[in-house]
Ligand binder design. Structure first.
Ligand code: PNS
Length: 160
């Protein structure tokens, strides 16, 4: 069975992430969406909230597992018995960071292959950070995230 790991912070999941997951789910038997637990950044959503939002956003895709990890991605990939990692590539600006990460993971675990799916054009400029910032400044984030994620962000920002 072919398995691919899609790692990220997902703080929060966006329509860009969902596009990558749904395309990867057509290429592999199983996609493991792996949420990083111990980011140095102070997260907007807790790990449990992020996982719940991912679950609720992906009810249409059946061949996925949602999990969290801390420590090295290279070790996590090994632990899951997988060898392939998928990442989305948006603009050229992503390239250097992604290249560095792929080579570091390969160095740590030579079995790891990283594949890149080019972002769909409508999500080229989309990031979780941009979504949070637009929402914080009162902008409309419809079209960037699923409705349930939008509601949860607004609830946290303005009803908390
Ligand atoms: O969505 P993000 O924040 O760009 O995802 C980054 C992520 C989680 C894939 C990356 O930070 C990661 O794999 N972190 C785990 C720690 C690790 O393995 N570091 C060495 C390789 S970069």
């Amino acid at each position: 069975m072919s398995t691919v790991i899609y790692p990220g912070s997902f703080d929060p999941i966006t329509l860009g992430h969902i596009d990558i997951i749904s395309r990867a789910s057509r290429m592999f038997d199983k996609v493991i969406v792996a949420v990083l637990k111990n980011s140095t950044k102070k997260p907007f959503f807790s790990i449990d909230e992020r996982i719940e939002l991912i679950k609720e956003s992906l009810t249409d895709i059946k061949n996925i597992e949602i999990d969290s990890f801390d420590g090295l991605l290279a070790d996590y990939v090994n632990k899951k018995g997988a060898t392939t990692v998928v990442r989305g590539l948006r603009a050229m600006s992503d390239f250097e960071y992604e290249f560095q990460m792929a080579l570091t993971n390969k160095h740590l675990n030579p079995e790891v292959e990283t594949i890149f799916l080019t972002s769909s054009s409508e999500y080229m400029y989309l990031s979780s950070g941009m979504v949070r910032q637009v929402a914080e400044l009162g902008g409309d984030i419809t079209g960037f995230v699923p409705e349930i994620v939008k509601n949860k962000i607004l609830e946290k920002l303005f009803k908390g």
